[in-house]
Design a protein. Sequence first.
Lengths: 288, 365
Amino acid sequence: MIDEIPRLLQRLDEEAYVADPAIATSLHLAIQLRKPLLVEGHAGVGKTEIAKVLARVLGTDLIRLQCYEGLDTSTALYEWNYPRQLLQIRRQESGAAETDIFGEGFLLKRPLLQAIAHGGRAPVLLVDEIDRSDEEFEAFLLEVLSDFQVTVPEIGTIRATERPHVILTSNRSRELSDALRRRCLYLWIDYPPFEKELSIVRRKVPGASDELAAQIVALVQQLRRARLSKVPGVSETLDWAAALVTLHSAHLSRDVIEATLGCVLKDEGDLRKVRGEIEAGRLPLGAA
Amino acid sequence: MSADLVARLVSFCRALRARGLPVTTSHAVDAARALRCAGIGDRRLVHLSLRCVLTSRPEEFPVFDELFETAFLRCDPGPRPAGEIRRVAREGAPALTSWSAQADGDEEPEQVPGASDRAAREKKDLAALEADDIDELDRIAARIARRLAARPSRRWKPGRKGARVDLRRTMRRAPANGAELLDLRFRVRKTRKTRIVALCDVSGSMDLYSRLLLRFLHALQGSAARVESFVFSTGLVRVTPLLRGREYAAALRELSAGAHGFSGGTRIGECLSSFNAQWGRLVDARTVVVILSDGWDTGEPSLLSAEMEALKMRSRRLVWLNPLLGSPGYQPLALGMQAALPHLSVFAPAHDLESLRALERHLVA
């Protein structure tokens, strides 16, 4: 029992996810206590990836609900299949056998209902970017997460046979309610330290030479310390590494950086600022 | 699990709660369950497990780590250090009566070079405004309030007529009508109610403008929109009830009777900090926060910056109206202004009617 966290860490590693003990511990507790796990962190630190890799580790399905402002129950929970209902009415008019058009066959299951009605092994339900939805939806979600049952007036109450593993992610673009936080386990993912980011690059972009990978990570880590308006995440590091591998660069030269900086910096002001630093020879530190 | 460990866990939870973390009994139960599945052999894993269960924000980590050290290392928890979270909460806004006392102390208003000169120069404009254009000011406020009350939301609700057919409700009725969709149901956009939280700087350097701006807030609040108003200089005071349903002159009298001399140094960072601690719940994703200030701050710029960031994160948008921005050649060089700038959604002037009219765009957009 006590070795389970190191073992989980190992399994995550096998699935090409470079985790750390904090991530493994949180996932382990989420699985064991069957509580939703709220994952927060800056953009591009691999929050969404956690749910995907968890589904692979557990050998189960991933059901994803992408949140946005105005998301409502008909897109999150269920909707009736109207064209099918209308066709059925027409068929019945021309003599076909009567069917209840408000039966399961006419129900379109959206992610939340899919997760609840899922047969077999409990799926992983990813509620992505919950901070982008509005409070009304958050309140509704809270209700679903507390008892994992849903009532469709025409059909009745549908209960989850096995509680799904729920991962919620948030970029903190707004504060989530305390009620939601209270119900969840919590994991904060920070930008990884140099060593961890380096091993992520090595895992995900095997084509990059050791020298290139180390240079990229060192520079990105420097950029994170600069005051930028859009701080590059790990996904930017990976994009950049992949771009440089495609361009067959064995190491970072000033020209190469100049040409590909758009992979890391996505803001015009940031680009100008960093280009200035490079011109002035202040970046990258310690590079020729 | 040993009774001793459970007892220690419970007192740890209590200590966290005492320092302001929202830890409930069910958290303590989960903490015990967590230790049972994660094991207690590895101290680091115990730390990570409990943090996963008992915290819900990265801001809580320092307090958690500190208390964890005391609770799970030494047997004697030692004297409890003063809590940061508590401290912020206790530093509420001073009562109106204590305002003048504070201003008399060493919090002398910083002599801002040029600020008083400018005030004197523009006094005439504002005086003229008070006399002639006050109706126009009210009209602008009413217009903004109307627009704010009637913003379409992205959510839908059932309606008699509307832009879109509500298929769910239409189908529900269809079989009853002989399978023809004769009785169409519609849905319409819900209206979204925007809330405004206004924080008006009433320190010495702002004196002339703050009168005008308070008048504007009074008019805004008098209309339908949901407006919460605060004034601040060295302390923060909620004035919503004072401005509501009174003649402006009476409201102003009462305001200044309670706090003679809207003056003293300006501690914007501390005022925002006490706002966030005490009134932060007023601000949500559909709230526009408007700060009316010239940005002359005698407090710590780093505190101001941190509080602005917190406010920005919670609100729909963060608008800073700076009357000085209206004067030609003004550069936002004041330290406070510098600290606040990166967190703003809108930085705009507010020195005359024209700029208030333009405000409509910032508040309603």
